[in-house]
Design a protein around this ligand. Structure first.
Ligand code: UDP
Length: 375
């Protein structure tokens, strides 16, 4: 899909693992037109450095002094550096994805320099004002000139807030093509499971990293207690996010990790290989809620709220930390082979795998039109 966009004319501002996953295919399709700008919000090698190389993302321009700082400092430091960058090298359009501080900084910087802004994954709403991500989403959607909604529900959320319908396109979610292109083939998956001594459909895969679960020692204890109890019946693999590891240690909960198969954060391909054959996933991740719908696996979502209700219809169950987690996990395991086969046959509510292509088309149109800020 060759584009006629000039080299480095589309700035993609990102800073975290899920943004890398979900913008990979768009960056590949844009080829030399893509200028990847990494804010360094995730500065850990396992969440960013190695991840970039594995996904084949070209060397980004890095901002400095952002990772590990409070939210306001991250946003303001990134904004100042992006402003200087866009002055020196004005892009034809800025693309941001999702709801991170990096994405909000990118949106504000585009707005400040009158560069058209494209928001990938627009219109998600948890309606939970305790989540900083919810504020980031709403603010980015107010600033965006092209809003790429993954689903009709996302579009409806935007229209209900008064966003002009002509600014919104239903593209699908780019995670669908990320899963299709990054999932290792059957032989590689089976070799990976063998290495870890796991059998297909014979284990649970868990991830925990959201502040509502990690920064509250009672919630963290409740989640790890339930996972440890589950591990008495079935292996539970937990790739441990660095912030979660730090919180487990600070809260004195390391003993609860004993029954679990704790690993370092996995590369995306390895994670997908394990997710594809897990009997059940337990997670508080946003992206995992979408990925299970492509992989056809059941999921227990441990969170107070979700901005992805589409996953709840068939694939996922939302629970708060505590005994409800254990009950939902046992119900999910009880689905058995027949239940998993039913899920695997359902289409993903998040799209058809062509979202990135549609977004390239929108970018080409945008670059060919003189810029007028959205009404
Ligand atoms: N992921 C990964 N390795 C892991 C855990 C997660 O590659 O060890 C992937 C996961 O498949 C998803 C993304 O990281 O695509 C989600 O990132 P995260 O949970 O940090 O962010 P969220 O989606 O909640 O914003």
């Amino acid at each position: 899909m060759p584009t006629h966009l000039p080299p480095r004319s589309i700035a993609l501002v990102l800073g975290t693992r899920p943004e890398l996953v979900k913008l990979t295919e768009l960056i590949r399709l844009l080829g030399p037109a893509a200028h990847v700008v990494h804010t360094g919000q995730h500065y850990d090698e396992e969440l960013s450095g190695r991840f970039l190389t594995d996904l084949g993302i070209p060397e980004p321009t890095y901002l400095t002094g952002i990772g590990g700082h409070p939210r306001a400092v991250q946003i303001s430091a990134a904004l100042a550096q992006l402003d200087a960058l866009f002055l020196a090298e004005p892009p034809l359009a800025v693309v941001v994805q999702g709801d991170t501080n990096a994405a909000l900084a990118g949106a504000l910087a585009a707005n400040a320099r009158s560069v058209p802004l494209v928001h990938v994954e627009a219109g998600l709403r948890s309606h939970d004002r305790n989540m900083p991500e919810e504020h980031n989403r709403v603010l980015i959607d107010r600033l965006a000139d092209v809003l790429c909604a993954a689903t009709p529900e996302n579009r409806d959320n935007l229209l209900a807030e008064g966003v002009a319908p002509e600014l919104v396109e239903i593209t699908g979610n780019t995670v669908v093509e990320a899963v299709h292109s990054q999932l290792p083939d059957a032989d590689e998956r089976s070799a990976h499971l063998d290495e870890l001594g796991l059998t297909p459909d014979g284990y649970v895969l868990a991830t925990v990293h959201r502040p509502e679960n990690t920064d509250d020692p009672a919630a963290l204890r409740a989640i790890l207690t339930e996972l440890a109890a589950l591990a008495a019946d079935v292996p539970v693999v937990l790739p441990l996010h660095p912030r979660t590891r730090a919180c487990v240690e600070a809260a004195g909960l390391a003993a609860l990790l004993g029954p679990l198969r704790v690993t370092r954060p996995l590369g995306y391909r390895d994670f997908l290989a394990l997710a594809r054959h897990a009997a059940l996933l337990v997670s508080d991740s946003g992206g995992v809620q979408e990925e299970v719908t492509v992989l056809g696996r059941p999921l227990v979502v441990v969170r107070n709220s979700t901005e992805r209700p589409e996953a709840m219809a068939d694939f996922a169950t939302l629970v708060a930390p505590g005994p409800a987690l254990g009950r939902a996990a046992r119900d999910g395991l009880a689905l058995g082979a027949a239940g998993r086969a039913r899920l695997a046959a359902l289409p993903s509510p998040f799209g058809d795998g062509f979202a990135s292509r549609r977004i390239v088309g929108l970018l080409s149109e945008l670059a060919a039109t003189p810029y007028a800020a959205a009404a």
